[in-house]
Design a protein around this ligand. Structure first.
Ligand code: AMP
Length: 270
């Protein structure tokens, strides 16, 4: 496994790689990331994993500063998985040149996380543009756990490059919690509640099609969850998977949720 610490090293090393799979991460590697890596290894000749906590996608400096960092542990896992390359660039290296045209989401895209985290996806698209341009992968493996992210990145990157974005399923633990680096910031009792919330939402989704006053049902569910689990819900919405438009039945649609539990922001869709 080769560790590349800057873009010059990367460009030198990758000049001949035509069938490269790329898995972008912000580190604290877990089984969800491992799943993306395994998918890439199955389909691509070589696999590159990046570890880069991208500052421009954080709309809150505190959140950026407290984001978990575990590079040593990550490298051990990536070695075990026989990843070919790990790219760990500095912020300066990635952002050394200004963009010609700034990225701005259209009004119709300002839904879900884009509505609540101003500038977040602009930061994600910016870094994905820079990384794709540098790495020139054949395929990029991303998780449906961050569905709106992979939806927007796929549209942007596939429009601009030959690279294909491959959407991978969400990996959950035994308690049904979607694996996330942010879970490391939560205590056992909070995680217990996260599990209860997910299981309740699976049940809630199952019964949606039988309901009539769907707006009221959602309003009440939000209130109820907030009260019982002491959480703040930013959104709980049913949306179509192919275009992210609001939906009133569960056919090809998922429940999307974002909430704060003990000041940690979690998202999920199911
Ligand atoms: P992150 O390190 O959180 O930026 O995530 C890096 C990539 O891993 C993104 O494409 C995520 O959607 C994906 N990912 C994160 N959690 C999971 C999960 N539980 N299952 C599958 N993919 C995931």
């Amino acid at each position: 496994m080769k560790i590349l610490l800057n873009s010059k090293e990367l460009e030198k090393e990758l000049s001949n790689n035509r069938n490269l799979g790329f898995v972008p991460t912000m580190g604290s590697i877990h089984k969800g990331h491992e799943y993306l890596i395994k998918n890439s290894k199955k389909k691509c000749k070589k696999t590159l994993v990046s570890i880069f906590i991208n500052p421009t996608q954080f709309n809150n400096l505190k959140d950026y500063k407290k984001y978990p960092k575990n590079v040593k542990k990550d490298l051990n896992i990536l070695k075990r998985l026989k990843v070919n390359y790990v790219f760990i660039p500095t912020v300066k290296d990635i952002y050394h040149h200004k963009r010609e045209k700034i990225i701005k989401l259209k009004k119709k895209d300002l839904i879900l996380c884009a509505k609540y985290r101003k500038g977040h996806f602009e930061g994600v698209l910016d870094v994905m543009d820079r990384l794709t341009n540098l790495i020139k992968p054949k395929k990029i493996y991303m998780g449906k756990k961050d569905y709106q992210q992979v939806f927007l990145v796929k549209r942007y990157i596939e429009n601009k490059y030959k690279t294909r974005i491959i959407k991978c399923n969400t990996i959950r633990n035994k308690a049904n919690i979607a694996l996330s680096s942010r879970n490391l910031l939560l205590k056992k009792n909070h995680l217990k509640n996260v599990s209860k919330i997910v299981n309740e939402l699976f049940l809630f989704k199952k019964n949606i099609n039988k309901q009539k006053k769907i707006n009221l049902i959602f309003k009440n569910k939000i209130k109820d969850l907030e009260k019982r689990y002491k959480i703040d819900i930013e959104y709980l919405e049913l949306r179509k998977l192919d275009n992210l438009k609001k939906s009133f039945n569960t056919k090809n649609a998922n429940l999307f949720i974002a909430y704060y539990i003990n000041k940690v922001r979690l998202i999920d869709n199911l």
